[in-house]
Design a protein around this ligand. Structure first.
Ligand code: SF4
Length: 201
């Protein structure tokens, strides 16, 4: 039995992976909430509490690291790496470290559900974290299940966030209506490719 620790970005994406894991006879999973760049603090608390109360009703295990790194949130663009690369790297490395300490054979992330995330970058950073912490990175393309998260959230009354997490993503989400429309079209194209079986990511 492969034991996977999934980094959890939020309750709706975790709900998709839970449904998927429950259908896999040779896998078991647990979840690890660690998202220190969510801004503002009220939004961070909403996502954390929503995840916690959702997981308390499930039979799978979970961990919560309530770190809220306001200094890094504010100084995000001063990082040498791109903003999202730094953010993914920190969350994936923390999950790999937690997986190793807790005796899981692999780790992964619910970020692989969203077509809005940089899928290829997540894979590369997951593989690098795996080497660094000597634990396998489990990859599966969950993007075709993305819309189930919305359905689960409505059905189970889960909090649904409007933007990725950091203050920059909040600004991008609410300030640039035209850009947003372009990004929705791009995501629709990615999902269509996955459904057609023509995406190799
Ligand atoms: S947009 Fe999302 S992944 Fe990128 S830095 Fe902000 S919170 Fe992290």
């Amino acid at each position: 039995m492969k034991k996977i620790l999934f980094h959890a970005c939020c309750a709706p994406c975790s709900s998709i992976i839970i449904d998927w894991v429950e259908d896999q006879p040779f896998l078991s999973g647990a979840f690890y909430f660690f998202n220190p760049y969510i801004h503002p603090y009220v939004e961070f608390e909403l996502r954390l509490k929503s995840f916690e109360s959702f997981m308390e009703k499930k039979r799978l295990g979970f961990y919560i690291d309530g770190t809220y790194d306001i200094e890094s949130v504010i100084g995000h663009n001063s990082f040498g790496l791109s903003r999202c690369e730094q953010c993914y790297k920190r969350r994936l490395e923390a999950t790999a470290d937690q997986a190793r300490k807790e005796g899981y054979s692999s780790f992964s992330t619910t970020l692989l559900v969203s077509p809005y995330q940089n899928h290829d970058l997540i894979i590369r950073l997951g593989q690098e974290a795996a080497k660094k912490y000597s634990v396998d990175f489990f990859y599966h393309d969950f993007r075709s299940l993305f819309h189930n998260g919305k359905k689960n959230a409505i059905k189970q009354k889960l909090y649904r966030q409007q933007y990725c997490g950091c203050i920059f993503s909040e600004y991008e989400r609410f300030s640039a209506e035209k850009k947003q429309k372009g990004s929705i079209k791009q995501v629709t194209r990615i999902l269509q490719k996955i459904e057609d079986g023509s995406n190799n990511a």
